[in-house]
Design a binder for this molecule. Structure first.
Ligand SMILES: O=C(O)CCC(=O)C(=O)O
Length: 273
């Protein structure tokens, strides 16, 4: 499980470059999805991972979370480790970014249970990351069939070309992303929801605006996100907000972003492929 290649076409690379996101179907088979679901359930039950309610609730991993976030499951759970270190999605990130190498920044499970659930507000990821340059990207893997009502990803195509905006609070405080946008950008506001079956994924650029609805269905919505660092990304240190991995960062400001918890996942082969 979790080995092998998923081919990325030149058209998909061009779509990603133009729109800031791209979708891939059936990247994981049903056994792989089942194994990852088992790890997420165990992580949630054990509560020994970095876990919090992104929407600001105080019941992290207690069952009442509106958006349960659990970080770096690859360090503790076998299937997530095989999924991440197996490199299938990292090599897809390498193809999309045309980078000679890909390092992991971190993974995160994002779970919206039926019942209490909140939207993930429109935001960019880049403001939360400790990198100076733009170009880091995420793979959002659906571990359930996702629809708009169940909290599938939605994107504003081309918004990754609009630069970096301030971080947005997931707790419903502070300004919404739209309040920072120009008239021209507001006129181009055209959200694209990406409904897809479990085992399919989207990749999105760290500047691409994205959003998910609250889960208003009777079924859980589980996603496993992996965040990647291509070449040419340096550590911004005090220029960015705090991050949960600051202590593991081994770079000095301005050096390539590297850390003890950021393994290399994909690299050039001897033949340059
Ligand atoms: O799954 C969600 O609700 C939000 C996902 C997200 O913001 C991300 O993967 O960057």
């Amino acid at each position: 499980m979790f080995g092998g290649e998923y081919p990325v076409s030149p058209e998909q690379v061009a779509f990603y470059e133009e729109n800031g996101y791209v979708r891939f179907d059936n990247v994981l088979n049903t056994d792989e999805v089942a194994a990852l679901r088992t790890d997420l359930a165990e992580a949630k039950a054990k509560k020994n991972v970095y876990a919090r309610d992104l929407a600001g609730g105080d019941g992290a991993a207690g069952g009442d979370d509106k958006i349960l976030q659990m970080l770096n499951l690859w360090e503790r759970f076998d299937s997530v480790r095989d999924y991440i270190l197996g490199g299938r999605i990292a090599r897809m990130a390498k193809a999309l970014t045309k980078s000679p190498t890909i390092h992991l920044y971190h993974d995160q499970a994002l779970i919206k249970e039926p019942g209490p659930s909140a939207p993930s507000p429109w935001h960019q990821d880049q403001p939360y990351w400790p990198s100076k340059e733009w170009g880091m990207l995420s793979c959002w893997m659906a571990l359930d069939d996702v629809t708009i009502d169940r909290g599938c990803m939605q994107f504003i195509p081309g918004s990754h070309k609009w630069g970096e905006f301030p971080p947005i609070s997931f707790e419903g405080e502070g300004k919404a992303l739209k309040e920072y946008m120009s008239e021209e950008q507001l006129a181009a506001w055209n959200p694209v929801p990406v409904e897809m079956p479990a085992g399919s994924c989207t990749f999105h650029h760290g500047l691409c605006f994205h959003y998910t609805n609250a889960n208003t269905t009777d079924h859980v919505r589980r996603a496993l996100v992996a965040i990647f660092i291509p070449e040419g990304i340096t550590y911004a240190a005090d220029e960015k907000m705090d991050n949960p991995f600051a202590e593991s960062i081994t770079s000095q400001k301005g050096e390539p972003l590297r850390g003890t918890r950021f393994p290399e996942l994909a690299a050039e082969t001897a033949t340059g492929q």
